[in-house]
Design a protein around this ligand. Structure first.
Ligand SMILES: N[C@@H](CCC(=O)N[C@@H](CS)C(=O)NCC(=O)O)C(=O)O
Length: 229
């Protein structure tokens, strides 16, 4: 029996943050089919293993517990597998990094696909996107991160904050290669960290298994590709 079961669409986006941690701790997990995810998403809350609106949902089989919301799942895995520093401030910073990442996803998908990108709105957004990159960069720099070495929060080992930063920026710039130069210009230490994590065998294997260059899928991804072309 697998250690975990993940309900998430067969794309990276929010699910990849969870997969990245599972791969990092060498957990075994299985993933539900599109139809199974859809059925659970549409079930009435009192019939769901954990009441939720959208995936990811993670089931920890041994503990017989189901968790929804990306941040809650990452926190759970982080605590369970000792990937969140015990220090109160660094723990708070870990939550901040996850929340920042979720804000970036929300903005990049124009509020979970509620609106589509146009050339004008994409151009208007550029200062804010580069500011997000600089926010991650400056967070790392304050904890000693350089393009060649270090971690986002200055920990000796890679933790949830590092994996989150890597999946956010590394996956995004792999799926949309024209954004890589923007990342290099605005956040070279962050880019270096993401590359180092991406080169780890488990993370490289996860990336290889990804569904081509798809990121968030659907009309919003098409609209992103349009403005980036
Ligand atoms: N805040 C939630 C957002 C969950 C969410 O929006 N999931 C998307 C996929 S990334 C979904 O399929 N939502 C279906 C829906 O909102 O009906 C989280 O971070 O997990």
């Amino acid at each position: 029996m697998a250690d975990y079961t993940l309900y998430y669409w067969p794309i990276p986006f929010r699910g990849q943050f969870v997969r990245s941690v599972l791969a990092h701790v060498h957990a075994e997990w299985d993933e539900k089919t599109f139809e199974e995810i859809q059925a659970m998403r549409c079930a009435s809350p009192d019939e769901q293993p954990v009441p939720h609106v959208g995936p990811p949902v993670l089931i920890d089989r041994a503990a017989d517990v189901s968790i929804a919301q990306t941040e809650a799942i990452l926190t759970y895995l982080g605590r369970k597998h000792e990937l969140i520093p015990g220090d109160l401030v660094l723990e708070a910073f870990t939550h901040k990094v996850i929340a920042d990442a979720n804000d970036v996803l929300y903005e990049m998908t124009r509020y979970n696909g509620a609106q589509m990108w146009s050339d004008a709105t994409w151009a208007d957004y550029q200062p804010r996107l580069t500011r997000w990159m600089q926010i991650f960069e400056d967070t790392g720099r304050r904890f000693g991160l350089t393009p060649e070495s270090g971690s986002l929060l200055g920990t000796a080992e890679i933790g949830i904050a590092d994996l989150t930063a890597h999946i956010l920026w590394g996956t995004m710039t792999t799926c949309f290669p024209t954004l890589r130069a923007v990342l290099d210009d605005n956040a070279p230490a962050l880019a270096g960290l993401s590359d180092r994590i991406g080169a780890l065998p488990d993370q490289a294997e996860l990336q290889r298994k990804s569904n081509g260059n798809e990121w968030c899928s659907g009309q919003i991804e098409a609209s992103l590709r349009e403005v980036l072309s």
